[in-house]
Design a binder for this molecule. Structure first.
Ligand code: DGL
Length: 275
């Protein structure tokens, strides 16, 4: 029997805050530990082994801190590390604990959102190269054509607070043009990186009105709520005092300042080491 603990929410940096805030607003009663591995972000262009090792360290740390459930609020980690952690690591670490990702909840809802059956995925190089979205979407909807495009400049623009600059306009326009040249029939674009919702105003500004753009937070939150209904034992293993603590592997002051842009509030942050 698990001792109730906070829900762990992990990302390479700030992006997972876009997921955490949606989960919190749907389920404010739970406790959360948010962990950003800012010292080693971005993960997007790192190899499978490196992303897996960093993610495994983060999951083990959150488990040691008392979490029984960890959400990988990072597409790159979900694409490159989730399956190995679920299948190879969890049975040895603690078969009752759970790790969930953000890709499956997103792919489950796309079927009703595309009329032309042409979807575009924007993400990090790691997420796009893994083809996780193509595989998961085509398992459910073999008729949908999925085109992925990596936007390696977008996360650094956000992590360095340059996402409102003219420089950001250049890269966003360039990447959107590229994916629409690859498939001009796309009518649904998925922001397959948890950092990208910060760019949503610019993204929609550069797109024709007939293309719908979706972020993942809302869908991940709804899917977690349903998960708790299907798994009351895990719901009971998540403590509920409506408290959230934030941890980073880099400077806490910098994290607090940048995170306030994502969360629209000031937060206290602690530094921790992952090893
Ligand atoms: N926010 C992460 C994602 O959803 C990764 C960003 C990065 O570290 O490159 O993919």
């Amino acid at each position: 029997m698990l001792t109730p603990g906070p829900i762990g929410v992990f990302d390479s940096g700030y992006g997972g805050l876009t997921i955490l805030s949606e989960i919190q607003s749907l389920m404010p009663q739970y406790d959360y530990y948010y962990l950003g591995d800012n010292a080693r972000a971005p993960y997007g262009s790192r190899s499978f082994d490196v992303v897996y090792n960093f993610t495994r360290q983060a999951v083990l740390t959150l488990f040691d801190m008392g979490c029984n459930l960890v959400i990988l609020a990072c597409n790159t980690a979900s694409a490159k590390a989730l399956r190995t952690i679920q299948q190879n690591d969890l049975p040895n670490i603690d078969p009752d604990k759970r790790v969930l990702g953000v890709i499956r909840p997103t792919t489950e809802i796309v079927g009703s959102l595309t009329h032309k059956r042409h979807i575009g995925i924007l993400g990090t190089a790691g997420t796009i190269q893994s083809e996780s979205y193509n595989i998961e979407i085509n398992k459910l909807h073999p008729d949908i054509k999925v085109t992925g495009h990596a936007c390696p400049m977008w996360v650094p623009l956000i992590e360095n607070k340059e996402y409102n600059s003219i420089g950001a306009d250049y890269f966003i326009q360039k990447d959107l043009n590229t994916i629409l040249e690859q498939d001009p029939l796309i009518d649904l674009l998925i922001l397959g990186c948890t950092h990208y919702p910060l760019l949503i105003n610019k993204i929609t500004k550069f797109l024709p009105d007939n293309i719908k753009v979706i972020s993942q937070g809302k869908y991940v939150a709804e899917s977690l709520k349903e998960y708790f209904i299907r798994h009351p034992e895990m719901d009971a293993a998540c403590s509920k005092q409506a408290k959230t603590h934030y941890y980073t592997t880099e400077y806490p002051d910098k994290f607090s300042e940048t995170a306030s842009i994502f969360l629209n509030k000031t937060i206290e942050v602690e530094r921790i080491e992952l090893e």
